[in-house]
Design a protein around this ligand. Structure first.
Ligand code: URA
Length: 444
């Protein structure tokens, strides 16, 4: 295997045979293929894609680069969900304890904020003491005692993905259907799951904004899971606006806790419920979607999902008192209300500028080793369809200082469109993608 020839072959649109692909990737892990060569190869994949056989090979090589969990001795289905990344997406924080309360094991390995999108690990770490770096033995203990456990990708799981992902995030090579699919599915399939739900975002705040590409991504990932014997389904969900009314780590954690307590924004609750329904479905649990929905809503309304969250926080070293008193979470010292300059109906709240502003305010990373200010972000954001009068607050900016608040205010003003109403926006869940194909989503 001569690295330059592999790069040239992919650049010119040829398929790479299995032995050569393996040698090239192994060579990257042991230093014979250099970072700049892998960067060039990844960019060639962004333009030329991978055929189904190459993608299968890539997934298997990525899974095989590390350990896989064996959770087959657990007595209930093991189901995880993964989102392709969005702004204000705090679903996992509410969903994991909810699904555990509904009788599933949820071994959840999540990521940190990436680009303009937030990450579950950062949101969890807003809870004082909460540890997301458990080793696999401790992860398993928490999973068995609480029913869910939430950690970061450990060094043992898919190390090839860790290296490739870090490189992709700084070389403009994230938005590629085969690369995203292999990255996500290699990590998930190493978790020893008996079912998987994928939340594939579509809209301007998603990595792949275009609906047709989001559907393609969903189909590709579902195919990878099903081919390896893991029942997998994807929901294509709206990311043309932030999810819920908060963006930023600690503020999103507060909103997720409100959802677990039976409240929170209706869109957040609806998505958490639909994803819980999908998790029960892939696990073969429940008589019908209506019955699954009823159970999920009841667990949010009767306090049992919230109590499960309290157990999780305690088991992972966090301060369990935050669950009942979210005001114990860290708060930013500067809070600025942004006021509508004209009245009307909110036609759009663009998610990407808000996600980028949170990063600029210190709430995300520009480099992998940046320390994140978990307090900053937005609260009480306006949403499409809201009616506003001139002078009404359309959102609070939470910032470390006045300079940060100014950045946050400018971004919210740029993101917000107040008009006559009636601007189109995406349905919260537009499609369901399963092994049998794509169907328009109908909620109950
Ligand atoms: N999340 C991942 O884990 N990998 C990607 O490539 C994109 C989003």
């Amino acid at each position: 295997m001569i690295p330059a020839q592999v790069i040239e072959a992919k650049r010119d649109g040829h398929a790479i045979d299995p032995g050569t692909l393996r040698a090239f990737l192994d060579g990257y892990l042991d230093g014979r293929v250099e970072e700049h060569q892998m960067s060039a190869f990844l960019m060639a994949v962004v333009f030329q894609g991978l055929d189904p056989r190459e993608l299968d090979d890539l997934v298997d090589i990525m899974i095989g680069s590390g350990a896989s969990l064996d959770l087959s001795d657990l007595d209930r289905p093991r189901v995880d969900k993964h989102s392709t990344g969005g702004v204000g997406d705090k679903v996992s924080l509410a969903l994991a304890p909810l699904a555990a309360e509904l009788g599933l094991y949820v071994p959840m390995m999540s990521g940190r904020g990436l680009g303009h999108t937030g990450g579950t690990l950062d949101k969890l770490e807003a809870i004082p003491g909460f540890r997301t770096d458990l080793d696999l033995a401790a992860f398993r203990r928490v999973l068995e005692s609480v029913g869910c456990a939430m950690i970061g990708q450990t060094a043992e799981i898919a190390p090839l993905d860790r290296r490739l992902y870090a490189l992709r995030s700084v070389t403009g090579t994230v938005p590629s259907i085969p690369l995203i699919s292999a990255s996500i599915m290699s990590k998930k399939l190493a978790e020893g799951l008996s079912g998987l739900v994928l939340d594939v975002k579509a809209g301007s705040g998603a990595f792949l904004p275009d609906e047709a590409r989001a559907l393609d991504l969903a189909r590709t990932m579902v195919g990878i899971g099903e081919a390896r014997g893991v029942p997998t389904e994807a929901l294509v969900t709206a990311m043309d606006r932030p999810l819920g009314r908060t963006v930023g780590n600690a503020l999103e954690t507060v909103e997720a806790l409100a959802c677990l307590a039976g409240g929170g924004p209706p869109e957040l609750r609806a998505l958490v419920v639909e994803e819980a329904v999908a998790m029960l479905r892939v696990a073969g649990q429940g008589a019908s979607d209506d019955a699954r929905r009823r159970r999920a809503r009841a667990a949010l309304d009767d306090g049992s999902a919230l109590a499960r969250m309290e157990r999780l926080v305690e088991a992972q070293g966090g301060d369990p008192r935050v669950v009942a008193s979210p005001d114990r979470l860290p708060r930013a010292p500067v809070v600025r209300h942004v006021r509508a300059q004209r009245g009307g109906v909110v036609d759009a709240v663009a998610p990407r500028p808000l996600g980028e502003a949170v990063v600029a305010m210190g709430g995300g990373r520009r480099r992998l080793d940046d320390v994140v200010d978990l307090r900053v972000g937005y609260r009480s954001l306006a949403a499409p369809g809201d009616v506003v009068e001139p002078g009404d607050s359309v959102g609070e900016v939470h910032a470390a200082d006045e300079a940060g608040a100014a950045v946050g205010e400018a971004a919210l003003r740029a993101a917000l469109v107040v008009g006559e109403g009636g601007a189109p926006h995406r349905p919260l869940v537009s499609h369901r993608v399963t092994a049998s194909g794509v169907e328009a989503f109908r909620t109950g």
